[in-house]
Ligand binder design. Structure first.
Ligand code: CP
Ligand code: NVA
Length: 303
């Protein structure tokens, strides 16, 4: 049976650490021009039901650098968009391809797809989780801070797919995470309950961004309205007043903290231009690391 990458909770700390180590090794090889065709002749199908810049490019370039080929499939121009059942699409694609990456809405869609797929399925973002992004973020933190252990991680903003995935990461890997979310925009209740049971005392939820950011080593935010929530933009802008990661808020964090944002960013909403472009921001390294960690994930699952 194929092993999938749908959510961090399917992986142990040792396995996630292994992926991070492989990503660092592959990054070194790529920078030095050392050949690393671990997936020679293999094909990755990349299904997109939502927009993407980073995920699409990093997966396509990543599979190419591993000696394979990436196939971009938009749901709008495939039979999936016309209602062909997921279970049929999954079984057909597994006959052609060696792996599938999906970006879609409900987590149950990737789970159903994986349930019918004989080849590995990778979650390229759902409404619930964004596991590839959090792995890239962890790689970035390790590069800048040496390790993720012993650090205080702060999340400011929506309790969205990114927040949910950070919660799982904190529980599995064992670091302190404090999330500041407005009332009504908290992370997924089940995910939080699972994580708090796994790692008692590690994960704190507040509605006070100042409390979250104070003394933090890693400060992370994301858009207030995620893909699929565009109609709620105005109402969310009101609810998230006071949650902008700007200089006044960031001054409360450690002076050598790193600022993460998965991008795309809305400057002047969840993050100020000065913070995004400032000395603590590592967002370009973070974006680059999508390439390296996804190569590690593909090589491990599809190799
Ligand atoms: N961070 C991220 O997943 O970016 P894209 O939506 O551009 O893929
Ligand atoms: N939370 C955002 C992340 C985009 C990469 C979204 O789901 O749209």
């Amino acid at each position: 049976m194929a092993r999938h990458f749908l959510a961090l909770h399917d992986y142990t700390k040792a396995e996630l650490d292994g992926l991070l180590a492989l990503a660092s090794d592959l990054k070194g090889k790529q920078k030095q021009g050392v050949e690393h065709h671990l997936l020679k002749g293999k094909t990755l199908a990349m299904i997109f039901e939502k927009s993407s810049t980073r995920t699409r490019i990093s997966f396509e370039v990543g599979i190419y650098q591993l000696g394979g080929h990436g196939l971009f499939i938009s749901s709008a121009t495939s039979q999936m968009g016309r209602g062909e059942p997921i279970k049929d699409s999954a079984r057909v694609m597994a006959r052609y391809c060696d792996g599938v990456m999906i970006r879609t809405f409900g987590q149950e869609i990737v789970e159903e797809f994986a349930g019918y797929s004989d080849v590995p399925v990778i979650n390229g973002l759902t409404d619930l989780f964004h596991p590839c992004q959090i792995m890239a973020d962890l790689q970035t933190v390790i590069e800048h801070k040496g390790a993720y252990t012993g650090l205080k991680f702060a999340w400011v903003g929506d309790g969205n797919n990114m927040a949910n995935t950070w919660i799982e990461a904190a529980a599995i890997l064992g670091f302190d995470l404090i999330l500041a979310c407005p009332h009504g925009y908290e992370p997924d209740r089940k995910v939080l309950a699972w994580a708090q049971a796994q790692a008692p005392g590690r994960i704190t939820l507040t509605s006070d961004p100042k409390l979250a950011v104070t003394g933090a080593d890693v400060v992370n935010t994301d858009v207030w309205a995620s893909m699929g929530q565009e109609a709620e933009q105005k109402e969310r802008e009101k609810a998230f007043a006071g949650y902008c990661l700007d200089d006044t808020l960031l001054v409360l964090a450690k002076t050598d903290c790193v600022v993460l944002h998965c991008l795309p960013a809305h400057r002047g909403e969840e993050i100020s231009d000065s913070v995004l472009e400032g000395k603590n921001s590592v967002v370009w390294d973070e974006a680059e690391n999508r390439l390296h960690i996804q190569k590690a994930i593909m090589a491990t699952l599809m190799g």
